[in-house]
Design a protein around this ligand. Structure first.
Ligand SMILES: Nc1nc2c(c(=O)[nH]1)N[C@H]1C(S)=C(S)[C@@H](COP(=O)(O)OP(=O)(O)OC[C@H]3O[C@@H](n4cnc5c(N)ncnc54)[C@H](O)[C@@H]3O)O[C@H]1N2
Ligand code: MOO
Length: 405
């Protein structure tokens, strides 16, 4: 059973996404649209292929003529240069891959299956009607929505958009994410830390996750555990016109965990604080004007898991992706016994391997403390356990979420 005092992860995600819609639209040339999200359905401006074309190098012919003996070679059809006339009975046309099929022809004989002599071909095999012909519109037809709004533009989508004759694409504006890390103990990488100081690292992981989801990231830097300094940081996020302000650390209950009060003083409407999630329990969610606020817990693994579970979907939703909150998990086989789970959904760091039978095995790391970056870096997945789950036995199915590479 879930810890009934705490919001479930699914309910929390639904609330984070409930007010997230496409922020705005801009146009980008094809070459600049990689990784961006389509803002509107993209309708094919033409039919592909525009006419019936050959899928092979060979001979265009009437399949019914094949039994009748040699066919007279009367011309050629190459890609971009068709054979102008219609094929008469007993005739064939030399044809190449991508070339228009002449009117009257209904099949292509592979050149490997033809003997050519004295202006005629003799078939060494049959060719049924339609053989090796790509009919007009096989790929797409003019007027069809070849790509739908919310699609992430990867290599295949860019090629399809180009083939549909769109030199520029309507894309979602990138959400701007401001990162504000807090803690008196934090110094940047490369600094000489004092004896009780540590190197701030969470922003690098969370920034990478945000960029991976399509955001533009503004790192506001490191702020002290001090209301005035935190409020200064929140002001910088406003000035940067952040669509999402992500705070890192200071989310919990200690005397120096001041982000909630600082955000409240700056006008944040709190939606929720604390959820049934491990790591990540002290997550903060709210709104500050138009901006979305996500307050991630400071423990590095908690920050990273919360960024994967909440921030990346929010960024996708703000780009109009209707599948932003879709379940990313898949099934694997547990590689070790695990005890019953308590009241929070647990995202356990796990190694993936393939066993002798080809099954995907997820083996949880021996230590699951949310400060351990080494174990996280040696994991390929999160093994997910629901609140109240019974003990899990090695060899039983389990649910995993692959970590980004
Ligand atoms: N009495 C309680 N104590 C704590 C609770 C609780 O419920 N009751 N919750 C624990 C949980 S769960 C978490 S997670 C942490 C999160 O607390 P904060 O968000 O306030 O995080 P901090 O205290 O600021 O930092 C925790 C830990 O992480 C280090 N840190 C912080 N920021 C960074 C950064 N940018 N890069 C690297 N490391 C960072 C920080 O030095 C601390 O070691 O609270 C528990 N406590
Ligand atoms: O959210 Mo905390 O990371 O469970 O330690």
């Amino acid at each position: 059973m879930a810890d009934n005092k705490l919001l479930s992860v699914d309910d929390a995600l639904a609330r984070v996404l409930s007010e997230a819609a496409l922020l705005g639209e801009e146009e980008a040339p094809l070459a600049a649209a990689r990784g961006r999200t389509l803002a509107r359905d993209l309708v094919a401006k033409r039919t592909q292929p525009p006419v019936d074309v050959s899928a092979m190098d060979g001979y265009a012919l009437r399949s019914a003529d094949l039994a009748a003996g040699p066919l007279k070679l009367v011309g050629e059809s190459a890609a971009g240069h068709g054979y102008a006339a219609a094929l008469n009975p007993g005739e064939t046309v030399r044809i190449f891959t991508g070339a228009p099929v002449p009117a009257g022809a209904d099949a292509i004989l592979l050149q490997e299956d033809a003997d050519v002599a004295e202006g005629a071909i003799r078939a060494k095999s049959g060719a049924a009607p339609g053989h090796h012909i790509r009919v007009a519109g096989l790929d797409f037809r003019a007027g069809a929505a070849g790509l739908v709004a919310g699609t992430r533009l990867g290599p295949a989508e860019l090629a399809l958009a180009a083939a549909m004759n769109h030199p520029a694409l309507p894309i979602a504006r990138r959400p701007r994410v401001a990162l504000l890390a807090s803690g008196d103990e934090l110094v940047p990488p490369g600094a000489e830390p004092g004896p009780a100081q540590i190197i701030a690292c969470n922003s690098f992981a969370v920034g990478a996750i945000a960029e991976g989801a399509g955001a533009e990231v503004v790192d506001l830097g490191l702020f002290r555990d001090d209301l005035a300094d935190l409020e200064r940081g929140i002001g910088l996020a406003r000035a940067a016109k952040a669509d999402i302000l992500v705070t890192l650390g200071g989310a919990s209950v200690g005397d120096h965990d001041l982000l909630r009060p600082a955000l409240a003083r700056q006008g944040m409407t709190l939606d929720f604080w604390k959820i049934a999630m491990r790591p990540g329990k002290p997550l903060i969610s709210g709104r500050l004007g138009e901006a979305h606020i996500l307050g991630l817990p400071g423990n590095p693994v908690a920050s990273i898991v919360c960024a994967l579970v909440f921030l990346a979907p929010l960024i996708r939703a703000l780009q109009g992706d209707p599948k932003a909150g879709a379940d990313p998990t898949e099934t694997a086989i547990a590689g070790a016994n695990l005890p019953a789970n308590k009241g929070r959904r647990d995202y356990m760091r796990a190694r993936l391997s393939i066993d002798a039978e080809g099954r995907l095995i997820a083996t949880p790391q021996p230590m699951q403390d949310s400060s351990l970056l080494t174990e996280l870096a040696q994991s390929q997945a999160l093994l997910i356990r629901e609140p109240g789950d019974a003990p899990l036995l090695a060899g039983a199915p389990c649910r995993i979420w692959r970590l980004p590479g």
